[in-house]
Ligand binder design. Structure first.
Ligand SMILES: Cc1ncc(COP(=O)(O)O)c(C=O)c1O
Length: 371
């Protein structure tokens, strides 16, 4: 039985008529960028995410960039972020001429180690970016008072964590900013690129809205040098439909994760599963293998059985060629380097069947027995 890593068709087929109707509506409106569709979607997001302001933008990467631009990050500034994350987290910092300062991960949940964040602070630290990796929130309880104390802006990278929560508070509603991605593989996936910036602060929201459209308000009156970070009306209309099903997408992912745990435990493989975390929304279900060779064997076996897998992420950011000028070397952030060698994502998405999960876990068991 072949099992894809992600099957968007299964998510979209049940709502096809609603999506077609939204598409037809936008086609008839003749208004394709921002406008009423985007405003309506933003209001719905603000309610779901418990934030005062939700600002539709062109991508999760641009949400991060916009957040940093709002607070004037630039050369000479340092921004602390995890090394084990998608590139965009650090790319946004570097694009503004600021310096990303990388910290290692906590192997129990792959999010950053808070004590390293605290230790990495210098006089130049202007912001920090906790990433809620794979759909599980980084610790916000200790971070926020520390950040307030030192006047540091907290930008939550919640690209993989829409609908996740930290102690009952939605991801993206706790820091000064929240950044979300609607990349198609995300838990609320669009039909192309899209993103969202959230904040509880009226002034930051106003500045973000202006920067989103080349810093102009009104049109052709430029207060700042912004960019084109606007969300399309079509994306907003289609995402608005899917937002109404987000609850169901979330619990289906959580159900799949619970079932994987049971199946792995039945086969004596409970130790491969990620630690259980309340509020986790499982954008990915990540196995932790014993060593690089075992990962290779398990991935090969699953590939041969036509079961999709992926490695998030094979090279931590502090070892990426584009950051070689920052002077990091192998061994500097050992937990992330070890995770990069041994983690493996297996299929998880709304609509994944029990039989498919059985097949995935059987193949994993066989791969481990054979080696
Ligand atoms: C952790 C993280 N941050 C940022 C992004 C960037 O989002 P986008 O692909 O929408 O630009 C992504 C997604 O790809 C991500 O996973």
């Amino acid at each position: 039985m072949s099992v894809p890593l992600l099957d968007l068709q299964r998510i979209h087929a049940p709502i096809e008529q609603e999506l077609q109707a939204a598409f037809a509506r936008v086609l008839n409106q003749n208004n394709y960028i921002l406008g009423a569709e985007v405003t309506a979607f933003e209001s719905a997001c603000a309610e779901v995410l418990a934030v005062k302001h939700a600002i539709g933008v062109s991508s999760g990467s641009d949400a991060l960039l916009l957040a940093l631009m709002c607070i004037g990050i630039g050369p000479g500034d340092e921004v602390i972020c995890p090394t084990y994350t998608f590139f965009a987290t650090a790319g946004a910092i570097a694009r503004l001429g600021a310096t990303p300062v990388f910290v290692d991960l906590d192997p129990s949940n792959y999010n950053w180690k808070l004590e390293q964040v605290f230790a990495a602070r210098t006089e130049r630290t202007r912001a920090v970016i906790p990433v809620h990796l794979f759909g599980s929130c980084a610790d916000m309880s200790e971070l926020m008072p520390w950040a307030e104390k030192y006047g540091i802006t907290v930008i939550e990278d919640a690209a993989q964590a829409i609908d996740a929560s930290w102690r009952e508070q939605p991801a993206g509603s706790i820091g000064h900013f929240g950044c979300f991605s609607f990349f198609p593989s995300k838990n609320l996936g669009g039909f192309g690129d899209g993103g969202l910036l959230t904040t509880q602060d009226d002034q930051l929201a106003e500045k973000a809205r202006i920067l989103r459209a080349h810093g102009a308000k009104p049109k052709y009156h430029h207060h700042f040098v912004g960019g084109n970070f606007r969300l399309d009306a079509l994306q907003a209309a289609l995402l608005h439909i899917k937002l109404q099903h987000l609850d169901s997408y979330t619990w289906q992912r959580q159900d799949c994760a619970a079932r994987y745990r049971t199946l792995l435990a039945e086969k004596g493989l409970a130790h491969l599963a990620p630690e259980e975390m309340p509020g986790h929304v499982y954008n990915q279900f990540i196995l932790r293998l014993a060593c690089a060779e075992q990962r290779h064997q398990v991935q090969d076996k699953l590939t041969a059985a036509k079961i999709g897998t992926a490695i998030y992420y094979p090279i931590p950011l502090h070892l990426q060629a584009c950051f070689s000028g920052l002077g990091y070397k192998p061994g500097d952030l050992p937990e992330a380097e070890a995770a990069a060698q041994t983690t493996l994502a297996i299929p998880i998405f709304p609509g994944l069947t029990e039989q498919e999960q059985d097949a995935v876990v059987s193949e994993i068991k066989q791969a481990i027995l054979e080696n």
